[in-house]
Design a protein around this ligand. Sequence first.
Ligand code: HEM
Length: 536
Amino acid sequence: MERPAPLTSFLTIIFSSILLYPIARWFLTTRRPSNFPPGPRTLPGLGNWHQIPRLWSHFKLDEWAREYGPIMGLKMGPTNIVILNDASLVYDLFVKRATSFNDRQTPYIAEHHILPEARQSYSLYMNNDYNSRLRTMTKNTLVGSGLANLVPAQKASATKVLWKLFQDPGEWSEHLKPWALASPVALMSGAPIEDFVQDYGKQWIDDYYLSQQLWIELLDPLDPPVDILPVLRWVPAWLAHWKRKAPVARKYLLNAYHGLVDQGKKSMKRHGGSFSQLALIPKWLRQQESGVTPADELDFTVFMGGLFDASAGSTYMSLQTLILALAAHPQFQRKAQAEIDGVFGESIPDKIDLAKLPYLNACVSESQRWRPLGAYVLGAFGLPRKVGQDEEVLGYQIPKGSLVMLNQWSIAHDPEFYDTPAEYNPERFFRDPVGAKEGVSQVGRKAVYTFGAGRRECLGKEFYFQNARIAMSQVLWAFDIVPDGPLDTDVTTGFTPAVVMMPKPFKVKFVPRRSEGALLEAKLAADNAMREILGQ
Ligand code: HEM
């Protein structure tokens, strides 16, 4: 047999090493780090990726949570993922050790294909420094008295929807779309949603929702798994659907963000009322004029865009869950209505003192516990934290750079903590402020975990609750929400199975409890209130 020449053997070894080195390295990085929190066995090269179902992933994670306890570690390819299954651990890490658990990871597609200019400033992904700037910028608007200033505008927007629901109840879910955008656009641009429709057409609203749909699809970490298997980033566009979708999402998103800033500029000229005093973009423009702005225009536009994306879609989806819950549980709906009628009688809920509506508040909170939007922990809404330094937790090691997520579903449906956790029952919050069953207590426990926790907890949580309570107090005052055929509240058949948990389309009727005259009068009063707010 002829032997290979020494040079050929040498070259073969060199080429094999060049080829094998990254493969061997890849295999090594997919192994569990030493003393990593417990979790299922990994497969070389994949980690636990193959074990996580793309649909209803929360069931698998819940099963593991029961097996592995308060903290578990998974490997998604080379990425270390730590999942917190226990609320007291969420408190320990996200609140007490906030400095280490505060950063975020920007998904590859977001950073390189959708919003490259958002590397630092997109509200949901930015690092700590930018994040504290956003919090400073919005703190007088999204919490406390600043938030209270938004009540008249939120109330007027909700009243206008009542009239639409009365005139055209079959399209109820379409009417919620502009309503869900109305408060965020007012908060940011100081303009009413009607200005957007007038200037850009109704298509602007549809395009924006399309952008959100694309965003959600593209941020599914399991499909396309480009964050797990970086080699997929080089797949040509004709084979990679995400490379074709991302520019479309980008186009619609930038369109919406620039639209917000343009409307902010216009609203300063068009509307002199309290809106333009409160709103974030006019505020920033005034700072820019006086040379003290903390951000340039593109930076600020993306800042606002992130806030808009965080607020509009989540509000729209959550309201649908609440409507489904109340339609499917008329016994709770009746009690919420009795409370509203007791406070407001025949007049539409005005000067809404939310402290006087504890039952309604409980209905809103319970719908967030019952069907948490971010239940599919690994979905886009999981919004993981990135660990800033090596950490030790309950004796386990969490290496720097690991992603940490809270397991919204397992925490919200823990049978050790809640009575009948699978049921929608707002009354649990009357037995205990955080809904706990008798005799159970936990330090730092919160009523809902859908908004995250700690320093990077959702910035718009109070904004959402205020908006939802105002809208629902009016809707329940005006209508009975009645099933129009069977309603599917089952989590596996009635809700979307991946990325975010929102109800599949369902049919309800809005049966008026008030006369047409009373609803029209309320609508005209809302139009006047809006004109006053706008200073017209
Ligand atoms: C039902 C509605 C909403 C849900 C379920 C929701 C959920 C979340 C979650 C899970 C996070 C990550 C929190 C964490 O890491 O601990 C988050 C972050 C955020 N949310 Fe919301 N959100 C909602 C509405 C809103 C609204 C209305 C706004 C704005 C007005 C908003 C603005 C933000 C911002 C800016 C962040 C990033 C905060 C940061 O990274 O520091 N969200 N949200």
